[in-house]
Design a protein around this ligand. Structure first.
Ligand SMILES: *Cc1c(COP(=O)(O)O)cnc(C)c1O
Length: 365
């Protein structure tokens, strides 16, 4: 079996890239995921050839046979990361090896092929290099990178796919929330859960997001922007939002976040914030937190700030929590001082404004 090297990419430059003036317009007001860059990376996998045909080329549509497995059985995993503009005009990734590692864990859970970590990182770096003019600057704008993999075997029968396509696309992004970083409102779903023990909650797969949308819709009908999921067994323990982890800040300055027991997505932002908070001498507990405790702690004043975190939105304060029989405001409804401190500590490293004591910043150019 010839498992050819996948770190050398055949490069074909786009012949009709977006004109510079139009690109500048897009970068000035990128939204989130509205525009894609000129190029994409693709690497193919087959049982016979292993990973092969690593290419960087003009972004193009995919052509799929209607019986392609991903279209029927949701064999899809993805990652979300950003290339940040550096003060000296360069560009850098943030902990890309962690994304590569998590990608393979997701692949394992969905019975998909393992992509060597260095191929994953090389693919992302190649795309950032060729589309470097698409990295926006100013505020917290960055180039969002979306590596993903689909099962491409042509078969209606359900079994692990024997072929895969790994793809990386990129999109310039501004602030994730339209209203900037003012507090978000959160609906506590009683009717839906996101992940059960033994399920796919810790895998970054499209299916988890598809299954969360009905809850999202339910929350929107209640005037809430996000949904908070409780554990599937007792319907009591706080897990996370559909795409963000959650942190609690207490009166004594300590911080708590639910532990990674297999039903929560192990966020890289979550992990980085735990480290940064401990660096600053804060006590951080990775311990379960019950919804009834949350309500009691809000009423007693012991709980002072709550925030959600993830690569896309970075750190977003949660200002309001609403359920079937309660509706509570957290703090002043805006960004609390500890949330602001941790958010700044993280973004200062990501954007190259502060020292990087943990070696998280990976310069691409
Ligand atoms: C991606 C994701 C997160 C955040 O992970 P980061 O690595 O911090 O971006 C949290 N929860 C879910 C369900 C996710 O898919």
């Amino acid at each position: 079996m010839d498992r050819s090297t996948t770190n050398e990419f055949t490069t074909q430059t786009a012949t009709d890239p977006v004109p510079a003036a139009r690109r500048a317009e897009m970068l000035a007001n990128p939204g989130f995921g509205k525009y894609l860059t000129d190029h994409m990376v693709t690497i193919s996998y087959s049982a016979e050839q292993g990973w092969h045909d690593a290419k960087i080329g003009p972004r193009s549509d995919l052509t799929l046979n209607p019986s392609t497995m991903v279209l029927h059985y949701a064999g899809e995993i993805f990652e979300g990361m950003k290339a940040y503009p550096m003060p000296d005009g360069g560009g850098a990734l943030f902990r890309p090896q962690a994304n590569a590692r998590r990608f393979n864990k997701s692949a394992e859970r969905l019975a998909m092929a393992q992509l060597p970590e260095d191929s994953f990182v090389a693919a992302v770096r190649e795309l950032v290099r060729i589309d470097r003019d698409w990295i926006p600057s100013g505020g917290e704008a960055a180039l969002y990178l979306r590596p993903f993999m689909i099962g491409t075997e042509i078969a209606i029968g359900n079994h692990p796919s024997d072929s895969f396509q790994f793809i990386v696309i990129a999109s310039p992004v501004g602030s994730y929330f339209k209203g900037g970083v003012s507090g978000v409102s959160v609906w506590v779903s009683e009717n839906f859960t996101r992940a059960a023990p033994g399920g796919t909650g810790a895998a970054k797969c499209g299916g988890n997001y598809a299954a969360a949308l009905a809850a999202q819709k339910e929350g929107a009908a209640q005037g809430c922007e996000q949904v908070l999921f409780l554990d599937a067994v007792e319907r009591r323990w706080v897990e996370e939002l559909a795409g963000m982890n959650v942190f609690f800040v207490f009166e004594d300055g300590s911080i708590q976040t639910p532990p990674l027991t297999g039903t929560i997505l192990p966020g890289i932002t979550r992990d980085s914030l735990i480290t940064l908070a401990r660096d600053r001498g804060r006590t951080v507990r990775e311990e379960p937190y019950a919804i009834d405790q949350w309500r009691a702690d809000l009423e007693s004043g012991r709980l002072v700030e709550v925030f959600a975190c993830g690569t896309a939105a970075v750190v977003a304060p949660i200002a309001q929590i609403k359920g079937r029989d309660f509706d509570l405001t957290i703090g002043s409804g805006g960004m609390g001082p500890v949330t602001a401190e941790l958010r700044k500590a993280l973004t200062d490293i990501q954007f190259g404004r502060a020292e990087d004591p943990h070696g998280w910043v990976d310069r691409v150019f």
